[in-house]
Design a protein around this ligand. Structure first.
Ligand SMILES: [Zn+2]
Length: 389
């Protein structure tokens, strides 16, 4: 059985160990050592990373009490130099110990049990047995976390044969001798993970957001280095925004709202102008005598083509309108509207869009779609003339 040095000292980042067994499987080497500083994935905590004799760890597994180190090639025999990616490990220790603290706090303050938790590369989260938290409650939670961190509560790990008098928050999954993790007299839980030495190492601890999962609320949080990075990211962003709008921080939301409103008004105004322009275009197009009004626009939003087609059809003429975008600027848009007669345009959709290498559909009086190729537009116009008169 591999001696798991991380159980006794999770801060140990370098060690040496002898190989006890080594085998090749599927082009990779699976190496067992007499002792290790690398913890495989388990209990919600991701696996460690690092090197064995300079070879990066590809994976870690636990088999029959042994830790199996998966490497790309044979590391050789004798004494191995183990080096842990301690930045990654310490991050996991912070997020994981923070979960112990938060789980106890949620239980005491809200009677909310921890149903599950996860530590991902980006986010850590706790699914709690409570449907929602108010902003006020979240602030209270954070403030209590800060007080518990500032109190620098010692975190202790010990073994116990009889956990019944320990009033564990989380009972053990197995019977017999168990590993207990204690945060001073605040929290006691059966756990096999790696933890920091003091709650002071969890600061800052920030609740990032709450998400509803089934009937429960999932709290996303960040502790220590992650919380600092999150704060830095948001602080830099706030400063950039402040420079952009040249307003105090607190004025940014109102300022952005005003800008967005203004943008929406300008867009509406521009749409109105384009629609009027299309109606004038329609009036000019109606001056011709062809029963089918055909018009191509160099650019043209679908909405504008529709406005043009509607104005022509309202004057009792059939219409074929399309945009002809510059090469590489996307597919052409096509609108066909019936202004006279009672032919059902839907029957023409398939042959029409086949001629234009596109797709489209619509109602009895209006067809709309995309065209991949406009080189047979004349044939498309002839098809419409034949069927619509
Ligand atoms: Zn733990």
């Amino acid at each position: 059985m591999t001696e798991k040095l991380y159980d006794a000292d999770p801060y140990l980042s370098e060690a040496s160990a002898r190989v006890t067994r080594s085998e090749e499987r599927d082009g990779r080497w699976r190496v067992r050592l007499e002792r290790t500083i690398f913890r495989p994935e388990g209990g919600g905590q991701p696996a460690d990373a690092g090197t064995v004799n300079g070879l990066p760890l590809l994976a870690l597994a636990e088999e029959d009490g042994d830790v199996v180190h998966v490497l790309e090639r044979d590391p050789g025999a004798g004494e191995m130099e183990l080096r842990l990616d301690f930045v990654r490990r310490y991050d996991h220790m912070q997020q994981h110990t923070a979960q112990h603290l938060l789980s106890q706090l949620l239980l005491r303050r809200f009677g909310a049990a921890t149903l599950s938790f996860a530590i991902g590369p980006e986010h850590s989260s706790i699914e709690t047995g409570r449907p929602a938290y108010s902003d006020e409650e979240l602030r209270e939670l954070e403030e209590e976390c800060a007080r518990l961190a500032w109190a620098a509560l010692p975190v202790r790990v010990f073994s116990s044969d009889d956990p019944s008098p320990l009033s564990l928050r989380k009972p053990p999954k197995k019977s017999g001798r168990i590993r207990v993790v204690e945060i001073a007299d605040y929290d006691r839980s059966a756990c096999g993970g790696t933890h920091v030495r003091s709650s002071a190492e969890l600061a800052p601890l920030k609740i990032l957001r709450v998400e509803r999962v089934r009937a429960n609320a999932r709290l996303y949080y960040a502790a220590g280095g992650r919380a600092l990075r999150d704060h830095r990211l948001k602080h830099d962003l706030a400063l950039r925004l402040q420079r952009l709008v040249t307003q105090p921080l607190g004025e940014i939301p109102a300022c952005l709202e005003a800008l967005l409103r203004e943008r929406d008004e300008l867009r509406r105004e521009r749409r109105r102008e384009r629609r009027q322009e299309m109606e004038r275009e329609a009036a000019r197009a109606l001056a011709g005598s062809d029963a089918l009004v055909r018009r191509e626009f160099a650019a043209g939003e679908p909405e504008e083509l529709r406005a043009f087609a509607a104005a022509v059809a309202a004057a009792g003429r059939n219409v074929l309108a399309c945009s002809r975008p510059a090469p590489g600027a996307g597919a052409a848009h096509v609108v066909v509207a019936r202004g006279r007669g009672d032919a059902d345009l839907r029957a023409l959709a398939a042959p029409l869009f086949a001629l234009l290498a596109g797709r489209g559909g619509g109602s009895a009086a209006l067809l709309e779609g995309r065209a991949g190729d406009l080189s047979r537009l004349d044939e498309a116009a002839d098809l419409l003339r034949r069927h619509l008169g």
